[in-house]
Design a protein around this ligand. Structure first.
Ligand code: 6GU
Length: 226
């Protein structure tokens, strides 16, 4: 899969040089290009923001550099994503869908956002990472790419995908490692029993109890997964 990220702040993607994403890049299953929108401006002062028609506070990103930046990478198989607090809420299911795409283009918004016609021209999907406002689209873009990359074939092992939170619509069961007693707290006996059937039963029960307690919405039919 190929991902192109269009941003006015390419340095904010430095974290991608580490961790899971860099491993995926090395394995050759994921190619991520960070592209500076400012490189596309035709303004002599390299200006990339402009005032909104109709007035109001703040600035919008200039249309021309964003348009030309998208055009420079767009193919007939590209899906364009515009992370924005006005979008639909991103989740596990959308991450899986994005991971099946051949080419994703992310437009990182800044200032008050982008001209509506850019969204229409590129059929951009607006997606939000939660009900709060961030100062730009870079962090949401990183969150979305990190999350979808885990579903790109070859990035993670099958088992770690199957066992994690949300893969069965529930939160994850509690986990323990050595020592068996730490600060007076014991590892649950069943996990030391070697009885895999009992362990699976216990984990399922714990996952269900935890989900009921902290995310009852996941059980009441507002499912995260189909
Ligand atoms: Cl995608 N962008 C911004 N700026 N703020 C957000 C968001 C996105 N999702 C939640 N808050």
């Amino acid at each position: 899969m190929r991902i192109d990220v269009l941003t006015l702040f390419p340095d904010s993607f430095k974290p991608f040089e580490e961790s899971i994403i860099s491993r995926a890049k090395k394995k050759g299953v994921l190619e991520i290009n960070i592209i500076n929108i400012r490189d596309f401006t035709k303004d002599k002062h390299k200006k990339c923001d402009d005032t909104p028609f109709g007035g109001g506070a703040g600035m919008l990103m200039s249309v021309q550099p964003v348009y030309d930046a998208v055009k420079s990478v767009l193919t007939k198989n590209s899906k364009v994503i515009f992370p924005s607090p006005s979008g639909k809420i991103f989740n596990h299911k959308i991450a899986k869908e994005y991971a099946q795409e051949e080419h994703l283009i992310f437009i990182c918004g800044h200032y008050e956002g982008i001209d509506q016609r850019l969204i229409e021209l590129f059929n951009a999907e607006e997606v939000s990472i939660g009900d709060y406002v961030l100062t730009g689209g870079e962090l949401p873009t990183m969150v979305i790419i990190d999350s979808l990359s885990r579903f790109v074939d070859g990035v993670l092992s099958e088992q770690s995908l199957q066992e994690e939170s949300f893969s069965n619509g529930l939160l994850e069961y509690p986990q323990y490692t050595r020592p068996q007693i730490f600060e007076g707290l014991k590892v649950p006996e069943v996990l030391l029993s070697g009885n895999h059937q009992e362990i699976a039963k216990w984990r399922k029960h714990q996952a269900l109890e935890k989900t009921k307690k902290v995310r009852p919405d996941l059980i009441k039919g507002d499912k995260v997964e189909d």
